[in-house]
Write a protein that binds this ligand. Structure first.
Ligand SMILES: Cc1ncc(COP(=O)(O)O)c(C=O)c1O
Length: 467
């Protein structure tokens, strides 16, 4: 019989997940179970599918839908949630949204076709974006989907499209408003243009069905959204005076999520300096990784915020019989995926510091390309035995000097080694696949989905082959 001591060393040493000491990621229990209790399964998956590997848990999106629903029900508003599919290319997440009974916010003909393949009711599609193509308009009209019209120019194009469409076709539209505080934005319409469109729509009700107003703002505050709703109240009145029947106010996305503990995060921000970065510079902006408010608290505050005539936003929507539509992307994908990179090599630099090279690139973890950084530390899965504090930045496998997963010197509790894994948590929201490509002819990173069978056992299957 072969004794353990004759097996290769890598097989005998204990594989362990080393939780980061500083910016430790918040993990959904299902994800934590895999990362901390079953790290070997991650090693096996990366062995099978390659590095980097994106792993998606679709049931978590459904949990997020339910959590938002509880807030909406508590305020007794009529609501319609559309999953902002742009946040991630996973078809399994789109399917989860449809199975959770919500609609899908689509920004291209391809996202729209994904959602239709996932079985969405076409009437529960909402198309946003300022540059929809003729083909996209035509398919939206054919599917009787809701179209957020971004400009008077788009309305003209849509009307032209209706002339080419099947007899009797009707376009269902929202008008996208550009709130006063965003006057320089290229998205949406200011007051005059909005009025012009409303007048136009009041004259062609048989071909274009006006259903209400839309906006989407950058940033994550609820107050600018509350202000935008206040501004829209006068256009709701005007629309009615023109004989139109607005039914929806769609407030877009931008609900914040929390990646790390808020106190830890704030302490980290206060303490960090250029010495913590290989560039010697602290980036100017970060996603609010440790924000005080999560998506549900945010929505609750928005609905309770003052609107007009002494009413809260919820009170206003209810007295006006308006439906609140939302298009959350990041907040519905919260916690639903991780990205796992295998360590290729650790190299000592002239500075005396190590750099950790991984199989994969910053295109699969794209914060540095936006002059920002992950302020969430990766969990190290390693067979290392001894504790040893070490700080290192993490580099991708390309020849670009800027290809770094993080410029920040990440504090490890042990020295990473070739073959170890770095698990970046909660990457579903715009991070894992926004910029991915085949640079250097590396194949596209794979994505797998974890679902659970009737006995509760995890079943892993590919989630990256689009028809
Ligand atoms: C029109 C529109 N709706 C919804 C979203 C989703 O935003 P988030 O992922 O921040 O919720 C976006 C994001 O850019 C958007 O442009």
């Amino acid at each position: 019989m072969q004794s353990n001591t004759q097996l290769p060393e890598a097989d005998t040493r204990c594989l362990k997940a080393w939780a980061p000491g500083a910016l430790r990621p918040i993990l959904d229990p299902a994800v934590a179970e895999v990362v901390y209790s079953s790290p070997q399964s991650l090693l096996d998956m990366v062995g099978r599918y390659g590095s980097p590997l994106n792993i998606v848990w679709p049931h978590i999106l459904k949990q997020n839908v339910e959590a938002l629903r509880r807030v909406l029900r508590a305020h007794q508003v009529r609501y319609d949630v559309f999953y902002g599919a742009k946040v991630n290319k996973s078809q399994a997440l789109v399917r989860a949204a449809v199975e959770a009974g919500i609609g899908v916010d689509v920004s291209s003909v391809y996202e729209m076709r994904d959602a239709l393949r996932a079985g969405v009711d076409p009437a529960r599609l909402c198309a946003t974006g300022p540059a929809k193509t003729r083909e996209f308009h035509a398919e939206l009209i054919a599917n009787a989907a809701l179209i957020s019209v971004d400009s008077a120019e788009e309305l003209t194009d849509l009307e032209a499209c209706l002339h080419r469409a099947a007899h009797g076709s009707v376009a269902r539209v929202l008008l996208r408003y550009r709130p006063a505080a965003s006057s320089a934005s290229r998205f949406g319409m200011g007051g005059d243009e909005l009025l012009q469109c409303l007048r136009q729509l009041s004259e062609q009700k048989h071909r274009v069905a006006f259903e209400g107003f839309h906006f989407h703002l950058g940033g994550y505050g609820f107050e600018p959204r509350a202000q935008a709703v206040r501004e829209l109240t006068r256009y709701v009145e005007t629309a009615r005076e023109l004989g139109l029947d607005p039914k929806i106010i769609d407030i877009g996305g931008g609900l914040p999520i929390r990646y790390v503990d808020a106190d830890v995060y704030e302490a980290f921000l206060r303490a960090q300096s250029g010495d913590d970065y290989r560039t010697g510079k602290v980036p100017e902006s970060f996603y609010p990784y440790g924000g005080r408010m999560d998506a549900c608290e945010w929505l609750d505050k928005l609905l309770a915020a003052p609107c007009v005539d002494g009413l809260s936003i919820a009170g206003y929507l209810n007295t006006q019989q308006l439906t609140l539509a939302l298009e959350p992307g990041r907040s519905l994908a919260d916690q639903s995926a991780v990205s796992v990179f295998r360590v290729t090599r650790v190299k000592q630099l002239a500075s005396g510091r190590p750099v950790v090279f991984v199989e994969g690139s910053s295109f699969s973890a794209c914060e540095t390309w936006f002059a920002s950084e992950f302020l969430v530390d990766p969990v190290l899965i390693s067979r290392a035995a001894e504790e040893r504090a070490v700080r290192a930045y993490i580099a991708g496998h390309s020849c670009l000097d800027d290809d770094v997963i993080t410029n920040r010197l990440v504090a490890f509790n042990t020295m990473p080694q070739a073959g170890d894994l770095l698990v970046y948590a909660n990457t579903a929201g715009y991070q894992m696949d926004l910029l991915e490509n085949e640079f250097h002819r590396h194949p596209m990173p794979r994505r797998v989905a974890v679902i659970y069978d009737a006995a509760g056992a995890p079943v892993v299957s590919p989630d990256d082959r689009m028809e």
